[in-house]
Design a protein around this ligand. Structure first.
Ligand code: EPZ
Length: 419
C-alpha cells in the first residue's frame, strides 16, 4: 500500500493537460466486445480502473495492446461469456460488460458488483431494462445468469432514474439486435454521447435526442474503428477546486469547458476569476473564496455528484457558510471526517452538508475512503498549513492519472511513499 505526503500552503499555478475521461473510457472498452475486428482507442488514461477493464477484455478472449495513451483492442475472437468475481470486484462499473457480452454472445454470467463506499449501487434498472430487451436473468447466490434465447429484441424502455450505467447497458445490449429500442429518461452525461459516437463509428445506428431520449436501431454487426476518449470533466473540476482552494492560477488544457459549466459557475460566483475558451479553462484565485452557493448534485446537466467532494474541500476555506446537497448517492460524504480532522467545520444531516468556512486548515493523517473523497483530502492538503499524509490512495489511482505528478507540475509539494 502507498500514501501521499503533502506539504501544503502553496498557491498552485501553471498549465496542466487534462487526462482522458475514466467514465468515458470504461463503457467504450466494454463496447469493444461487440466489435468483430480491431478498435483503436486514443486518450485512454493510465488508471487502475482501465487496467481492470483491460483484464476483463483479455479474459473474454480479446487481445489488447497499450502504446502510450492508445489502446488497440482486437475482439475478433470472444470465447467466453462469463466474468469471474475477482475481475468484477475490481471496479463497480464492470456491470456495463453485461450489455456488451450479451450483445455479442447472447449470454452473460457475472456477479452483481459490490456496493458501499458511496452508496448501495443497486443494478435493478440495468436488470429490468435487459429483461425488457428479452434477456432472462437468474440470480444464483449472487451470480447473475443471463441469456437472450431469442436474441436481443428492441423495446420501449422508460428509466425511473436517468442512470448512467443502465443507459450504457441498454445501448450496449441493443446496438446489435433486431428492431428498435427507445429509451425515455435516459442519462444525458457527455460520456453517453461519447459511447454513442464510438458505437456509431463502428456502424451502429444510435440517436441521442437531447431530451433524455435515446433511439437505438439495431444493426446486424459492428466493424472496427478509431476513437478518441473525451476529456475527464471530473479531473478538470478537481484541478479547478485545487486552484480555488489554494488561491492559485491554473490553465487547464485539452478540456471541454461546457462539460463542467455548473462547477465553473459555482467558483465564479464565489469570487474566482474564470476564463473558458476553446479547449482551455483558466482559473485564478482573487483572495479568499466567498461561500459557495447552489451546490446541489443532480443528473447532467446539473451539478455533477463526482465533483462534490473536491468542491467541498474548497468550501472549507470559504468566507461564510456553504451548503452542499448530495441528491445522487446516499453516502457520499465520507470525506467529511478527514476534512474535519484537518480543521474544517462541517455538519452532515443525511444528504445535506453545512460547511462553516475557516481561515486555515492544518495538515493531518487522513485516509481516502473512495475515489473522489480521496481527491478532496488532497485538495485540502494542498491548501493546509503543514504536512498531510493520505493513506489508502489506491482509491485515488482508480480515477486520476499520475495524480502526484500532475499536481507537482503545478507547484504542489506532494510525494508518493510506500506505507
Ligand atoms: C456513473 O456511475 C459513474 N461511474 C459515477 O462516477 C457517477 O457518480 C454516476 O454515474 C452518476 O453520474 C462510471 O461512469 C463508471 P448511476 P453509475 O447508475 O452508472 C441509482 C466516479 O467517481 N441507481 O447514474 O453507477 C444509484 O444508486 C464514479 O467516477 C439505481 O437505483 O451511476 C444512484 O443513486 C462514482 N438503480 C443513482 O441511481 C440502478 O440500477 C445514480 O447511479 C442504477 C442506479
Amino acid at each position: 500500500m502507498e500514501h501521499f505526503i503533502i506539504n501544503g500552503g502553496k498557491a498552485l499555478s501553471g498549465k496542466i493537460r487534462v487526462q482522458g475521461s475514466k467514465n468515458g473510457a470504461l463503457p467504450v472498452l466494454a463496447a469493444a466486445v461487440l466489435v468483430k475486428g480491431q478498435c483503436i482507442i486514443h486518450n485512454c488514461p493510465y488508471l487502475t480502473d482501465v487496467d481492470a477493464a483491460v483484464e476483463i477484455l483479455k479474459y473474454l478472449g480479446c487481445t489488447v495492446k497499450r502504446e502510450s495513451s492508445t489502446l488497440t483492442i482486437d475482439s475478433g475472437t470472444i470465447n467466453r461469456y462469463d466474468i469471474p468475481e475477482v475481475l468484477m470486484r475490481e471496479m463497480r462499473s464492470s456491470i456495463v460488460f453485461m450489455g456488451s457480452v450479451l450483445g455479442r454472445t447472447g449470454k452473460a454470467r457475472m456477479c452483481a458488483p459490490g456496493g458501499c463506499e458511496i452508496g448501495l449501487r443497486p443494478i435493478d434498472l440495468h436488470l429490468s431494462s435487459l429483461e425488457t430487451l428479452g434477456v432472462c436473468i437468474t440470480n444464483r447466490m449472487g451470480v447473475l445468469e443471463c441469456e437472450a434465447p431469442n436474441g436481443i429484441i428492441g423495446a420501449e424502455i422508460t428509466l425511473s432514474f436517468p442512470s448512467v450505467g443502465a443507459t450504457e447497458n441498454i445501448m450496449l445490449a441493443s446496438a446489435v439486435s433486431k428492431g428498435t429500442t427507445t429509451v425515455t429518461n435516459a442519462a444525458r452525461e457527455p460520456e453517453i454521447d461519447c459511447l454513442a459516437d464510438f458505437l456509431n463509428s463502428c456502424g451502429a445506428d444510435i440517436h441521442i435526442c437531447g431530451d433524455g431520449r435515446v433511439v437505438i436501431n439495431g444493426v446486424s454487426s459492428l466493424h472496427g474503428t478509431e476513437h478518441t476518449v473525451l476529456p475527464d470533466r471530473i479531473a478538470a473540476a478537481t484541478f479547478v477546486s485545487a486552484a480555488a482552494a489554494t488561491n492559485g492560477d491554473i490553465l487547464l488544457q485539452s478540456v471541454r469547458p461546457e462539460h463542467l459549466k455548473t462547477v465553473l459557475s459555482v467558483f465564479s460566483d464565489a469570487g474566482s476569476e474564470i476564463e473558458a475558451y476553446g479547449d482551455t479553462i483558466r482559473i485564478k484565485g482573487r483572495g479568499r473564496l466567498r461561500m459557495l452557493r447552489g451546490v446541489r448534485t443532480m443528473p447532467y446537466p446539473g451539478f455533477p455528484t463526482d465533483a462534490q467532494a473536491p468542491v467541498m474541500a474548497a468550501a472549507c476555506l470559504a468566507d461564510g457558510t456553504s451548503i452542499i446537497v448530495e441528491n445522487i448517492f446516499e453516502s457520499r460524504f465520507k470525506h467529511a471526517p478527514g476534512l474535519i480532522k484537518m480543521g474544517a467545520k462541517i455538519k452532515i444531516e443525511d444528504r445535506v452538508a453545512v460547511i462553516d468556512g475557516v481561515e486555515r486548515l492544518y495538515g493531518a493523517r487522513v485516509e481516502a475512503t473512495d475515489l473522489r473523497g480521496g481527491s478532496a483530502l488532497a485538495v485540502a492538503g494542498f491548501a493546509a498549513q503543514g504536512t498531510t499524509r493520505i493513506y489508502n490512495i489506491h482509491h485515488i489511482d482508480r480515477g486520476y492519472e499520475k495524480f502526484e505528478n500532475s499536481f507537482a507540475s503545478l507547484g504542489a509539494d506532494i510525494i508518493r511513499k510506500s506505507d
